[in-house]
Design a protein around this ligand. Structure first.
Ligand SMILES: Cc1ncc(COP(=O)(O)O)c(C=O)c1O
Length: 390
């Protein structure tokens, strides 16, 4: 029987679970205590941003980011540009919150936002917000797009759930926009079992997101920010305990997840280097197939993307060899039932539609090594027929 090669792997080693078990025996506080605060501070420092809000998933982080964005006066409208090559929960919060979402085509080289298509959308719809997704570790032309957003006064948000640890010019992806999101789900660069973060350099963005994270109350906020809310509504200390200033959720994570997150941060660089080495190995082995390129100076690759004429055949062949593959993320969101049903739009886009049909991604994770990549590539080349964009 062939060794099983999964698309994703567990990043939490046994030792971390043992340490978690020992720590639990000290009967610590279990939710929203010092570990959550410490993890937020370590994560923000790593990213070189001012603030982080730890929550229970990357999807929750996107929901929180889309909601927090609504509270800013300089949001001139609810029109938002979103990459078609993204994830269901990159898009769905904007639908749920009554934004007007417009899907953007993919760039045929880095798979991020297509800049020509972005200019076209800006001309037609005057969007107030743009969300970028850095696809599988690669920069979505963020420096160029930041300039465009400044020129047209667009609020730039980043969904960086697939690209923790990737850098351009030494700066982390996810530290460019007004806010950015991260996922710590199993199989991502680090794991807190389930978990996510919303980061920002804006104090107010962070404070509102922290209130929205927990019911919309003022507890746990910066004391001056909280005091301003309290005095605005002329609240007594007693009444303030159950006063809800924002229409909140409960998206909190726990101290247990933060405890794991703190240990995982010590392994992050090691995991990212491994991902970068495996990406380069695939690139070398699959030189006759399409390869994702970007301006990264470091690629903390999430998985290896390529295109083939016969993805289903490749999938079955590799499955028979115990190697897991999947379609390239969600393909085009424009082709997904929820988009068609809940926006009533029929969106077809030149590159995203081809990605939807011909895209496939191959495993990169902490459990595999270059020899495994050799085996995957040998099997892949047995059946895969290269595809190039038209
Ligand atoms: C781009 C993107 N955004 C958001 C998410 C959601 O993250 P989570 O699984 O932690 O909810 C994912 C999940 O893979 C993703 O790829």
């Amino acid at each position: 029987m062939y060794k099983k090669i999964g698309l994703a792997s567990e990043t939490i080693p046994k030792e971390h679970l043992d340490r978690l078990s020992e720590w639990i025996k000290t009967y610590p506080r279990l939710t929203q205590g010092e570990k959550v605060i410490e993890f937020e501070s370590v994560f923000a420092k790593y990213l070189e941003v001012d603030y982080a809000t730890f929550i229970n998933s990357g999807s929750s982080a996107n929901l929180l980011m889309a909601t927090t964005n609504l509270f800013f006066k300089d949001l001139r409208n609810k029109k938002v540009g979103i990459p078609a090559l993204s994830w269901s929960t990159t898009v769905s919060p904007f639908i749920q919150l009554g934004y007007q979402p417009y899907l953007l085509d993919a760039d045929p080289i880095n798979l991020g936002v297509n800049i020509d298509n972005l200019y076209k959308l800006i001309k037609e719809e005057d969007i107030g917000t743009l969300i970028l997704v850095h696809v599988l570790g690669h920069d979505s032309s963020v420096e160029k797009i930041l300039d465009i957003c400044e020129e047209f006064d667009i609020r730039l948000l980043e969904d960086n759930c697939q690209s923790l640890g990737s850098t351009i010019s030494g700066k982390c992806l996810g530290s460019f926009g007004l806010a950015s999101t991260f996922s710590f789900f199993y199989g991502h660069h680090i794991s807190t079992i389930e978990g996510g973060c919303l980061c920002s350099n804006e104090f107010e963005f962070n404070q509102i997101s922290k209130s929205l994270r927990a019911h919309g109350w003022g507890r746990g906020l910066d004391s001056e920010f909280h005091e301003n809310l309290r005095s605005k509504y002329n609240n007594s200390d007693f009444r303030d305990l159950y006063t809800f200033y924002y229409p909140g959720y409960n998206l909190r994570s726990t101290e247990l997840n933060a405890f794991l997150g703190l240990m995982q941060m010590n392994l992050l660089d090691e995991y990212c280097s491994k991902r970068s080495i495996l990406f380069n190995k695939y690139k070398e082995q699959l030189s006759s197939f399409w390869c994702q390129e970007s301006s990264n100076d470091f690629i903390s690759s999430f998985a290896y993307a390529t295109f083939v004429k016969n993805p289903e055949e490749v999938w079955i062949h590799l499955k028979n060899k115990n190697i897991e593959t999947r379609p390239l993320i969600a393909g085009s969101i424009g082709q997904q039932p929820f988009w068609k049903e809940f926006t009533g739009k029929n969106t077809s886009l030149k590159y995203a539609d081809q990605i939807h049909i011909y895209g496939i991604y191959l495993p990169i994770n902490a459990d595999i090594d270059v020899r495994d990549v050799d085996r995957i590539c040998t099997e892949f080349k047995e059946v895969a027929e290269p595809y190039s964009f038209i």
